[in-house]
Design a protein around this ligand. Structure first.
Ligand SMILES: Cc1cc2nc3c(=O)[nH]c(=O)nc-3n(C[C@H](O)[C@H](O)[C@H](O)COP(=O)(O)OP(=O)(O)OC[C@H]3O[C@@H](n4cnc5c(N)ncnc54)[C@H](O)[C@@H]3O)c2cc1C
Length: 265
């Protein structure tokens, strides 16, 4: 497979930097071809602003989605964004790697999503009507490709368990896994999360590295998270509510968007 790894850590000698090298080596050892977008090293511009839309008249009001769609349609997005599109289309799979900062991805990576996920590329794709709410959540430009997160946390695994004070890790990562990766079509693999890393010693590192190598060895065959497809019949359109009778009637929240068999419903 061809794999793009988007890396978001400011220090190449960090734990994340070392884990990135482990992941790349393990993937290449399996015969995969890997490219890395190293956002800090590349000086990635993280904020969306007027400079992104050079086609916009100087006195025109900036409406970001509209400007994004217009620029995408005529190939006028900035060269850095177009280069990321080329890599995403080249790749059969995407890995996002980052330390958990304030319960989510570092701002530079969010800014990569904000700018690279252009209207017409990642959203605003497909028919939008009262019968069909776009090609998304399982369909879209990146359908048929795989994606996965590699995440490190300072907090302990127990802190992210079902009753942990931080909230369950699957819930915290849902906006990324479902809202950012599944949305434009990726099949999303379970994340690789390493907890309590801030005082990791060499032996601890080797244990983590071996777990990561194993996930990379099975990257092409690991079953994805069984999210429900938006256009697979489980949702009412246009309210986009899960149909009555599906899911646990007492349940609310993110787990409803897993296929019933996956949650025993
Ligand atoms: C702004 C901010 C917000 C944060 N928010 C959260 C949060 O919401 N939730 C949470 O749980 N945590 C949070 N943290 C903690 C954060 O997730 C961790 O500090 C981070 O995941 C550690 O990854 P790192 O790559 O920066 O590790 P580093 O600091 O580079 O290394 C961590 C440890 O690994 C050791 N190590 C072992 N082997 C190696 C090796 N081969 N190479 C390099 N280092 C090695 C290092 O010596 C060090 O002790 C936050 C931290 C910051 C700065």
């Amino acid at each position: 497979m061809k794999i793009l790894l988007v890396f978001a850590h400011p220090e190449p000698r960090s734990l994340n930097g070392a884990l990135r090298d482990v992941a790349v080596q393990a993937l290449e050892a399996e015969g995969h071809e890997v490219r890395v977008s190293d956002l800090y090293a590349d000086g990635w511009k993280s904020e969306v602003d007027r400079a992104d839309f050079t086609q916009l008249a100087p006195d025109a009001r900036l409406r970001v989605a509209a400007a994004s769609g217009e620029a995408f349609a005529v190939g006028a997005l900035t060269a850095d964004v177009r280069a990321e599109h080329e890599k995403l289309l080249w790749a059969d799979a995407l890995i996002l790697q980052f330390p958990l900062w304030w319960y989510t991805m570092p701002a530079i990576l969010k800014g990569w999503v904000d700018r690279v996920y252009a209207y017409g590329f990642a959203y605003g794709v497909g028919e939008h009507s009262d019968d069909h709410w776009g090609d998304r959540f399982g369909e879209g430009t990146l359908a048929g490709k795989r994606a996965m997160l590699i995440v490190t946390t300072g907090g302990w695994e127990a802190h992210y368990a079902a009753r942990g004070v931080n909230g369950p890790i699957d819930d915290l990562l849902f906006p990324i896994n479902h809202g950012i990766l599944y949305y434009p079509g990726y099949e999303v693999l379970p994340p690789f999360v390493t907890y309590r890393v801030d005082r990791l010693d060499d032996a601890g590192f080797e244990r983590v590295a071996e777990r990561l190598r194993e996930r990379m060895r099975t990257f092409a065959t690991t079953a994805p998270i069984p999210y429900r497809r938006q256009n697979g019949g489980d949702y009412l359109v246009p309210s986009l509510q899960l149909r009555p009778g599906l899911g646990d009637p007492a349940a609310a929240g993110f787990a409803l968007h897993l296929e019933d068999a996956a949650v025993g419903g």
